[in-house]
Design a binder for this molecule. Structure first.
Ligand code: ADP
Ligand code: MG
Length: 251
């Protein structure tokens, strides 16, 4: 196992001129973005502006058409690198929790640890229980997903990601599928992670979270980063008319 190429003094994520086409549709039109370790970058913007494609490109669920993505000093667009090794350092949480319904919470949290990290049963269960405690779900290790609320399932999904010891976490609208009264418990877990220093990119419509937890706010529009800055600044004093229009609709 070689870990010598990973350079933790490099930015966590360094995106340079990222372009993505789907056929004739240019979805990302040259994105430049650097995320340093410990930063929480919140991404907002209208539906179809390329937010999910940007996040999915960062862990190579999408192959860029052009440009470069460098994760902890490793150019993941270089075809010769071991992408699985880099991907293992990036946790991803989606709107849909994607837990295995036929497995207990503990089973959901140990399977990837055992298969990918090659951990033994006892160690995987120890890590799983630790991560469940972190998200306030320690008492539900033996429950099945269908017996949990959406908020609890999403917290389990976050714990599942944490079991892989990621250096950074990507969240794509993690609370959008939840009933309003369940949003807060998931945001609270994310806030705690941020306070503990986790590097995060968060696509969200939760402007309160962006304002209070984000170190930077990015507004995407039509495949571009139209505006970025301190979240309080951007929200209070947007510079572009399109940002103003968007915020007027969501705030
Ligand atoms: P957002 O997350 O901001 O709503 P997306 O990144 O999901 O935006 O999508 C941006 C654009 O890319 C949209 O026009 C969408 O239809 C298109 N798109 C996304 N995924 C695919 C795909 N797999 N194939 C073709 N077009 C896609
Ligand atoms: Mg999206």
């Amino acid at each position: 196992m070689t870990t010598d190429l990973i350079n933790l003094s490099a930015p966590a994520i360094d995106i340079q001129g990222l372009v993505k086409h789907y056929g004739d549709n240019e979805v990302l039109k040259g994105i430049d973005l650097t995320v340093n370790a410990g930063e929480v970058v919140c991404v907002i913007g209208p539906s179809g502006s390329g937010k999910s494609t940007l996040l999915r490109s960062v862990n190579m669920l999408e192959e860029p058409t052009g440009g470069k993505i460098v994760i902890e000093g490793i150019d993941i667009t270089d075809p010769d690198i071991d992408i699985d090794r880099v991907r293992a350092r990036i946790g991803m949480v989606f709107q849909s929790f994607n837990l295995f319904p036929h497995m207990s919470v503990l089973g959901n949290l140990t399977i990837a640890q055992r298969q990918v990290k090659k951990r033994g049963k006892a160690e995987a269960e120890k890590v799983a229980k630790e991560m469940l405690e972190r998200v306030g779900m320690g008492h539900k290790a033996d429950a099945y997903p269908s017996h949990l609320s959406g908020g609890q399932q999403q917290r389990v999904a976050i714990a599942r990601s944490l079991c892989m010891n990621p250096d950074m976490m990507l969240f794509d609208e993690p609370t959008s599928a939840l009933d309003p009264e369940l949003v807060g418990e998931v945001l609270q877990v994310m806030r705690t992670l941020a306070d503990e220093g986790m590097t995060m990119m968060v696509v969200t419509h939760e402007m309160g979270f962006a304002r209070e937890v984000g170190s930077r706010l990015i507004f995407m529009d039509g495949g571009h980063i139209l505006e970025e800055g301190d979240p309080r600044e951007v929200l209070a004093n947007p510079q572009h008319q399109r940002t103003k229009d968007f915020l007027a609709r969501v705030l």
